[in-house]
Design a protein around this ligand. Sequence first.
Ligand code: SF4
Ligand code: SF4
Length: 214
Amino acid sequence: MDIYENKEICQKCGGYCCKKCGCDYFVSDFTSIKLATIEDALNTGRISIVSALDFKRINKKLTVSPILYLRERNVGREDIDLLSFKTKCASLTYNGCIHDYETRPSGGKTLIPKEDGNCYSEVSRIEELNKWLPYQNILSRVVKRRTGKTVLEKLKEDVTNLFYDILTRNFDGVMDAELIDVLGMVPLLEEVYEDALFEARKLKKEQNILKRTK
Ligand code: SF4
Ligand code: SF4
C-alpha cells in the first residue's frame, strides 16, 4: 500500500477529519474475521460496530438496509453505534493519533492530505464497504450478544435517539459538516421510521413535563 502520511500538513490542519469522526477499518486491516476478532476489537474500547445505510425505493416504498462494519470509536459513543451524530475520534489526543501509521485504520491511511484542505482518497468507499458483506452474520451476532437486540431493532432505537437529539438540539461535539450530512438524510429516515419520530416527539414532551414539575 502506498504511504500518504504527511505529518506537516496534518499538524498545520489540526486534525479536521479526526475531529469529524473516527476512521473506517477495512476488511484488509484484519488477518481473519471471526466472532472472536470482532469481540476482541470492541473490547479494546477504541472500536465500534457502525453501519452505512443503504436506502432503496421498491414499488414506491422506501426501505433501508444497514451494512455493518468497524470504525474507530467516536467520543461519547458505544461499542454498538449503528446510527448517531458522528463526533471526534476518541483516539485523537493532544499529540495527534494514538496509532502509529502501521496500526492506523486503513480508512485513515488511505486519505491523502492536501494543503488546501481538499484531502481525498483514491480508494472507493463503496467497494471497501461491500467487502464487509460476507461478515454481516458475524457482526449481527455480536450486536445481538451485546445489546440483546437484532440489528433492525437496534437501528430503530438509534434512529429514535437521533430524532430526539435533533428535536432537543443536542449537537454536542458535532461538527457543522456532520450536521449538514445528517440533516440531509433526515427526510429519508422520517419516511422509513415514522413511528420512531413519533416516539422521539413523545419522549421530548414527557421530558418537558418532567422539567416543568421539578
Ligand atoms: S488528512 Fe486532511 S483533514 Fe485530515 S488532518 Fe490531514 S490535512 Fe487535516
Ligand atoms: S484513528 Fe487516528 S487518524 Fe483515524 S480518525 Fe482517529 S485519530 Fe484520526
